[in-house]
Design a protein around this ligand. Structure first.
Ligand SMILES: Nc1ncnc2c1ncn2[C@@H]1O[C@H](COP(=O)(O)OP(=O)(O)OP(=O)(O)O)[C@@H](O)[C@H]1O
Length: 249
C-alpha cells in the first residue's frame, strides 16, 4: 500500500453562512420581511483557513466541541457543500455516511434506497444486486426492507445506512457519529466490522464525541475549535490535550 499517496488535500478552506440577526416568529413573517428587505444577515464563518493532507490508509478523527465545524468540513470533503474559499481535492471513491440516513429518500422503501444510494455512490445496478443480500442481512431490517424508510426508527435508518456504506467497497469512508446509534448488539457488530475494514487500506474520516472510540479506531486526530484547526497529530496526544481543555473549561 502506498502510504505516501495523498488522497485528500484540503487547502485553506473557509465556509461562510449567513445567519439571520433577528428572530422571526413564523415563515410568513420571514417571507414578508425578506421581500421588504428588512432582514439583516450577519456572516458567520463556520470554517476558516483549514488546511491538511490525508494519506492513503490513514484513520483520522475530527474532534471538537459542538458547533466547531466538524460536520460542515466532512460535508465539504464529501462534495455535499462547496466551500466559500479554498479547495478540496479527493482521489478515490468516497462512501459518505453523514448524519444518519442522509442520502435516503424517505418516501422510498429500504430496498429502493439501497439502489438509490448505490447509484449516488457511483456503483452499477448489477454490483448493488450482488451486494443486496449481504446489505439486508447485516442491517437486520428483515421484512421492513419493503416498507418506506419514513416508517423506520432512527436506529433502523442508521443500521441500513451503515450496512450500505460498509458493504460496498470504497477507498474512503466517512463516518459521522454513526456508531453511537443502534442498540448494544448492533454497536458491537458494527465496531467489529469497522475494525475489519481498518485492517485494510481504507482511509477513514471519523467524527465522534466518544474519545475512547476515537482512540480505538484512529491513528491521527484533528482538533477543530471555532472553525479552525487547533491541533493535528497523533491520536492519543491530541485527544489528551482536548480532554484537558474540556476539563479546564
Ligand atoms: N446550513 C447552515 N446554515 C447556517 N449555519 C450552519 C449551517 N450548517 C452549520 N451551521 C453552523 O456552523 C457551525 C458548525 O456546525 P457543524 O455542524 O459543522 O459543527 P459540529 O462540529 O459538527 O458540531 P456537533 O458536534 O454539534 O455536531 C455551527 O455554529 C452551525 O450552527
Amino acid at each position: 500500500m502506498d502510504k505516501n499517496k495523498v488522497v485528500i488535500d484540503v487547502e485553506d478552506v473557509a465556509m461562510k453562512f449567513n445567519l439571520g440577526q433577528e428572530k422571526t416568529d413564523n415563515f410568513k413573517e420571514f417571507v414578508i420581511k425578506a421581500l421588504k428587505k428588512e432582514l439583516l444577515f450577519q456572516p458567520f464563518w463556520a470554517l476558516k483557513g483549514v488546511s491538511f493532507k490525508i494519506h492513503k490508509g490513514e484513520k483520522v478523527a475530527f474532534i471538537g466541541s459542538n458547533g466547531a465545524g466538524k460536520s460542515t468540513l466532512l460535508k465539504i470533503i464529501a462534495g455535499v457543500m462547496k466551500p466559500t474559499e479554498g479547495s478540496v481535492e479527493v482521489h478515490g471513491r468516497i462512501a459518505p455516511l453523514l448524519a444518519l440516513g442522509a442520502g435516503f429518500d424517505y418516501n422510498y422503501t429500504g430496498s429502493e434506497n439501497i439502489f438509490l444510494n448505490g447509484s449516488f455512490l457511483g456503483y452499477s445496478k448489477q454490483y448493488m444486486h450482488d451486494k443486496y443480500d449481504e446489505i439486508v442481512e447485516f442491517s437486520e431490517i428483515g421484512d421492513f426492507i419493503d416498507v418506506p424508510v419514513k416508517n423506520y426508527s432512527s436506529g433502523m435508518k442508521s443500521r441500513l445506512a451503515f450496512s450500505i456504506a460498509t458493504t460496498v467497497k470504497s477507498q474512503i469512508l466517512i463516518l459521522d457519529e454513526v456508531l453511537s446509534v443502534g442498540d448494544a448488539a448492533f454497536k458491537a457488530k458494527s465496531t467489529k466490522r469497522m475494525k475489519e475494514m481498518m485492517a485494510g487500506d481504507v482511509t477513514l474520516l471519523f467524527v465522534s464525541h466518544s474519545i475512547s472510540q476515537v482512540k480505538e479506531l484512529c491513528d491521527r486526530a484533528i482538533w477543530l475549535d471555532h472553525g479552525k484547526v487547533l491541533m493535528d497529530g497523533e491520536v492519543n496526544e491530541v485527544c489528551d490535550k482536548y480532554l484537558e481543555f474540556v476539563r479546564n473549561k
